[in-house]
Design a protein around this ligand. Structure first.
Ligand code: PLP
Length: 392
């Protein structure tokens, strides 16, 4: 029903992915497969809702009524079999801002916050820019499949200055969907040492290949009481340009403390279109998401097959969620700077530099495959051609 093969011209829309190429890569002449948004049209149902609201000519102060939280409650039940209540939910202007508010609400300067590295770069700044200490629980790489080092986690959580664990679930960039067993281990350790879990689940709707995302807070009552979940339809439905995020906390004390910071910073109002977009996406976007999921899986299998045939020395763990592929280039034997230069200047493909996710990312780059297949094919062919030239 939906055409994900359609190539849509994004120039002229001030898209981060296109218009910051010059700044980040030194050239705008490259296929942009970096920033995590999609080159696909948002669901027509969302477009219609936005257009319909935009057609009314007054854009004044706007509130979110019960339909906003009702849509979230229904979605969490439908998508994750997670039964939450309307009064567990608070709007947030973005997942990253909400993480900052939580760091401010639940820790003090100098306190430690654990993260599983390599990880989404703002996880570092959310902690360090607010004068908290980044505690790196480096993921263990088992042939491309990353796992958590629980002995290290226990040691780190036991430190009295450690107050928070910022969990990326599913994980960007390594593509893991954490199993119930893994989440229970995290919860047991964090509970024992009074470490609050901040569960960034922005990629939760994009579990692929029959993997099942389990909301951290859903694994037990203790987990629900000892965590805050951060979610949004922004990645799922390609509507990151609107502020559509929210937090869920079953523990009223935590929710109140979160709200206090957000209100103190006067960031509770949000955007007129946020409620319109979220409600339309969650209430009307189910079929679209099913088709998107199949298309993304097809893209991942396409890249896998292409690399196997043309560049078999490159490898990646097939992501269990997200449209982001964490590619291992180590066999090329290039320094990170050489790899970066090769990709931008020779292949002319814009990928995220592995070390921007932490030093553990050396030898890796992240590819965003949420583009029409023809765009991916073009980018991959450019990499092969540039590599062939380099080797001659
Ligand atoms: C793990 C993770 N959290 C948060 C975000 C962004 O959230 P927001 O745009 O709502 O601040 C991203 C975007 O890529 C992400 O990967």
């Amino acid at each position: 029903m939906y055409d994900f093969d359609k190539i849509i011209e994004r120039s002229g829309t001030n898209a981060y992915k296109l218009d910051l190429r010059e700044k980040y890569f030194g050239t705008d002449d490259l296929v942009p497969l970096w920033v995590a948004d999609m080159d696909f049209a948002a669901p027509p149902e969302v477009q219609d809702a936005i257009k319909s609201r935009a057609a009314h000519e007054i854009y004044g102060y706007t509130i979110r009524k019960d339909e906003f939280t009702d849509a979230i409650v229904d979605w969490c039940s439908y998508k994750h079999q997670w039964n939450i209540k309307n009064d567990w939910i608070e709007y947030s202007p973005g997942v990253v801002p909400a993480l900052v508010f939580s760091v401010l609400a639940f820790s003090n300067p100098g306190d430690g916050v654990i993260i599983n590295t390599p990880v989404y770069p703002p996880f570092y700044s959310v902690i360090a820019d607010n004068d908290r200490k980044v505690i790196k629980n480096v993921l263990v790489n088992n042939n491309g499949r990353y796992e958590i080092d629980y002995d290290l986690l226990e040691q780190q959580a036991a430190d009295k200055s450690t107050k928070l664990f910022l969990l990326c679930s599913p994980h960007n960039p390594v593509g893991r969907v954490w199993s119930e067993e893994e989440l229970l281990k995290i919860q047991t350790i964090c509970q024992k040492h009074n470490v609050l879990v901040l569960a960034d689940e922005i990629h939760s709707d994009l579990a692929l290949f029959n993997n099942k995302h389990i909301p951290f807070a859903s694994i037990s009552d203790d987990a629900a009481q000892n965590s805050i979940s951060f979610m949004a339809p922004s990645k799922t439905f390609n509507i990151a340009g609107f502020s559509t995020s929210y937090v869920v906390a079953a523990n009223p004390t935590l929710l109140e403390a979160y709200r206090k910071v957000q209100n103190r910073l006067q960031l509770h109002m949000g955007h007129l279109f946020s409620g319109v977009a979220l409600t339309a996406a969650y209430n009307l976007g189910r079929d679209w998401l099913k088709e998107l999921t199949a298309y993304l899986e097809g893209n991942i299998l396409f890249v896998e097959e292409f690399l196997r045939e043309n560049l078999p020395e490159l490898s990646f763990f097939r992501p269990e969620a997200t449209y982001l592929i964490w590619i291992n280039f180590k066999d090329w034997g290039l320094s990170q700077k050489q790899l970066r230069q090769f990709m931008a200047n020779e292949a002319k493909v814009g990928l995220n530099d592995g070390v921007s996710f932490g030093m553990e990312g050396a030898g890796y780059m992240r590819m965003n495959v949420a583009s029409p297949r023809a765009t991916l094919e073009k980018a991959l062919n450019q990499i092969v051609e540039a590599r062939t030239k380099q080797n001659v």
